[in-house]
Design a protein around this ligand. Structure first.
Ligand SMILES: C[S@@+](CC[C@H](N)C(=O)[O-])C[C@H]1O[C@@H](n2cnc3c(N)ncnc32)[C@H](O)[C@@H]1O
Length: 201
């Protein structure tokens, strides 16, 4: 990662999985999501996880009986997650698909979307399309719970995300209920991610 402003294509992400160069992968569900679940802040129901990677959040939420749909366009991500789900005898839908090409059958289907190192992975030019897509797939009043990567660096991926970026992009179609740095970030992300709880208006 960190090539100057060169958009990543599916094959670039796939190469990371083939070379086992997945430095973004925490190897576990991000701790702030565990706390949100423990505090009963994640609405139980249908959840979409875009750019799911190896899918630690998908596995965690499937274990907790959420109805999980995980999406990634890299085969290395999807096949890994499918194997883990099978090994653990867990049910979840795993789609090898471009998030931006999800069709109308996903409209207003989801109670929750989990954002984890995906917003920073797409080109900043796609951010408005991302917001429009999330607003379409969530039910009215649905929730986006996200960890947004504040790298503080130029270029990407991962592309820097500031508080202002989140407010500017989301405030027309979402009510921002919480947006703060979290003390619960994994060690390598300490002080470098915004935990946002956003509700579709
Ligand atoms: C930085 S990784 C994060 C993976 C995972 N969320 C995590 O935190 O471990 C970004 C992931 O998004 C996927 N991705 C990037 N753009 C995508 C798109 N338009 N549609 C679906 N997946 C995409 C990549 O294949 C990659 O697995």
């Amino acid at each position: 990662m960190n090539q100057e402003a060169k958009d990543y294509k599916p094959e670039d992400w796939q190469r990371h999985y083939e070379e086992n160069d997945i430095r973004w992968d925490l190897g576990q569900v991000a701790p702030p999501f565990v706390k949100l679940w423990e505090d009963g802040k994640l609405p139980l129901g249908k959840v979409l996880i875009p750019g799911c990677g190896r899918g630690h959040e998908a596995v965690f939420l499937a274990e907790k009986e959420f109805d999980v749909t995980a999406v990634d366009f890299a085969d290395g991500a999807v096949s890994y997650l499918k194997n883990i789900l099978q090994e653990r005898n867990l049910a979840a839908r795993v789609l090898r698909r471009d998030f931006f090409s999800l069709d109308d059958s996903h409209n207003e289907v989801y109670d929750l979307m989990i954002e984890q190192t995906f917003f920073c992975a797409i080109s900043p030019r796609q951010r408005q399309d991302y917001v429009a897509k999330v607003a379409r797939i969530l039910k009215p009043g649905g929730m986006l719970a996200g960890l947004f990567y504040h790298t503080g660096e130029e270029g990407g991926p991962p592309y820097n995300t500031t508080r202002e970026d989140i407010e500017t992009h989301f405030s027309k179609s979402f009510q921002i209920l919480e947006l703060d740095k979290t003390l619960l970030s994994a060690e390598k992300r300490k002080d470098k991610e915004w935990l946002g709880i956003l509700k579709k208006i």
